[in-house]
Every structure is written in structure tokens, then in C-alpha cells.
Design a protein around this ligand. Structure first.
Ligand code: FES
Length: 152
């Protein structure tokens, strides 16, 4: 059911942990499955992501997607990090079972929430970046994925 890569990142997660005094922190949850993901970013003065760590209380796919997405954004600017979408992450993992696609959305949302936190602290904007939802009922995602059943 899972690719070798998903299993590898689940069993040997890279960048697990937290960053003290992080430049940006994002915490998101999926109301349906109850899984929670937290992403910490260390960003330098040129808006380059120097380090990223994650903590995920959730399913194996959520652990794998959050782990690989931290690897994919390190070394990128905050603007380039917007290209690390759930699709990019899913492809990097050689695919996810259809029922698990929403887990990769959680990783994308967590990164964007951390980026948002950073932009708020710095008073800057990133094109295409929206405020993360704080309300469980009123938010509508703009992803066009068929399996987006996250109603966070
Ligand atoms: Fe909830 Fe995967 S089942 S994130």
C-alpha cells in the first residue's frame, strides 16, 4: 500500500524535533482524523530557510510527508518554499494511497502556517500565501485535489 520511500521516511524520519526560538512556527490539525502537525523554521536575513524541524502526532503518511517536506524546503527562500505543495511532496514520496492524500495537505498547510507566522513577525508578504485557518468550521481550502477532505 505504501511506497518504500513512505515507509523509509515513516520509520527513519528526518528532521524530527523542534527549533528553539524558531523564526516561524506552524501548527495545524485535521479535524476529521485528529492528527496534528507542527513545523519549525529557522530563516536567515535573506529569507532563506536554514533549518526545518517537525513534530507530528498522526498517521504514518503524515509523519512521512512532514519529514520529507522539511527536507525539501531547507536551502530554499520563503518564496521558493511555496512550491513545495502537497503534490510535490506526494511525488517525492513516489505517491500516496488515495485515502492518504489529505495527510500530505496537512504538511503543506503546516509549512504555510509557519511561513505565515514568519511574515507576520517580519511585516512582509508572500504572494499566494493566506492566513492559516483558526476556525474549524468556516474555512474552505482552495486545493483542487479530489481527496481534500480536510475541513480544518
Ligand atoms: Fe490524519 Fe493521515 S490520517 S493525517
Amino acid at each position: 500500500m505504501y511506497s518504500d520511500k513512505v515507509m523509509d521516511y515513516f520509520l527513519n524520519p528526518r528532521n524530527l524535533g523542534e527549533i528553539e526560538n524558531a523564526s516561524g512556527v506552524g501548527l495545524v490539525g485535521n479535524a476529521k482524523c485528529g492528527d496534528i502537525m507542527k513545523i519549525y523554521l529557522d530563516i536567515d536575513d535573506n529569507h532563506v530557510i536554514k533549518d526545518a524541524k517537525f513534530k507530528t502526532f498522526g498517521c504514518g503518511a503524515a509523519v512521512a510527508t512532514s519529514s520529507i517536506s522539511t527536507e525539501m524546503i531547507v536551502g530554499k527562500t520563503i518564496y521558493q518554499a511555496m512550491e513545495v505543495t502537497n503534490k510535490a511532496v506526494t511525488e517525492a514520496l513516489d505517491g500516496l494511497p488515495p485515502l492518504k492524500v489529505h495527510c500530505s495537505l496537512l504538511a503543506e498547510d503546516a509549512i504555510r502556517a509557519a511561513l505565515w507566522d514568519y511574515t507576520q513577525k517580519k511585516g512582509i508578504t508572500i504572494e499566494g500565501l493566506e492566513a492559516p485557518c483558526e476556525d474549524d468550521h468556516d474555512h474552505h481550502h482552495h486545493h483542487d485535489d479530489e481527496d481534500d477532505d480536510c475541513d480544518c
